[in-house]
Design a protein around this ligand. Sequence first.
Ligand code: G3H
Ligand code: 13P
Ligand code: ZN
Length: 315
Amino acid sequence: MALVTTSKMFEKAFEGKYAIGAFNINNMEIIQAITRAAKAQNSAVILQVSKSALKFAGPGYLKGMVDAAVAETGIDIALHLDHGPDLETVKECIEAGFTSVMFDGSHFDYETNVAKTKEVVDYAHARGVVVEAELGQLAGIEDDVNVAHENATFTDPDQAVDFVKRTGVDSLAVAIGTSHGAYKFKGEARLDFDRLAKITEKLEAEGFRNYPIVLHGASAVDAKSVEICNQYGAQIDGAKGVPNDMLRKACSMAVCKINMDTDLRLGMTAAVRRYLAENPKGFDPRGYLGDARTYLQELVEGKIKDVLGSTDSMN
Ligand code: G3H
Ligand code: 13P
Ligand code: ZN
């Protein structure tokens, strides 16, 4: 039993009009919650690691814990570098045993993004690792890059085709209106589905059949978690995520990978805050981390079953 790449997962997801959840991991409890949820739903899953998560936990610890999750659950798990900033980080992750990497050159000018992505693709493919890249810019904060809403640029469909052709990248993250974090929309939530359809149409026309698209910034910012956080002392006001029906629509189109981190953060914080408020005498970390793990497992199961539609994708 070993980690897998995302190739087969995406092939099946495109055909089946569902998406595979890509959840950010930072520690053991989060890994256990996600993989046990996936196991309960008989679903494949992607565990992704940001540059700051690499720094926080260390690639060796993360890989070791993910290997344990593979052994425990027996489901298909891909270990993915999220928003890889450079070839050096990509190399570090591939060396540690990651099966998929993202190189995010979306903040560079187009030609630089093409050249740097191609370099990563050549390096990764030679080692059996798949690559995701990004074109267009999402608003929000990830690692050290903070893109203001007014500077976000949506993905150009013609450029997307040219980019895939020239880089040989395995999947493409697009900007169609989502953003990272808990404050995604000032007014009404809106995603540019016409643009998404056009990207696929143009890729198909150039021979890229069933090409997998990735949606970043796809947390729903679940009202329940925000409510519990606020009930137990947080001050999270005006938070807004992507409505579930929009995520379902994206899954039914070419989106095969849906990235969620903020929902896990909110969920974990909600459970920990509630536990500590309700147990003022408690100081055993297994109490609040155990509650957080249970809360997250239920949350991820709900995403797989009701939003992503990847239940039984292991069959
Ligand atoms: O897209 C970014 C993810 O939410 C990771 O965030 O860099 O704080 O781990 P992080
Ligand atoms: P959220 O902030 O919506 O959870 O998005 C996470 C993400 O895109 C990680 O790459
Ligand atoms: Zn992202």
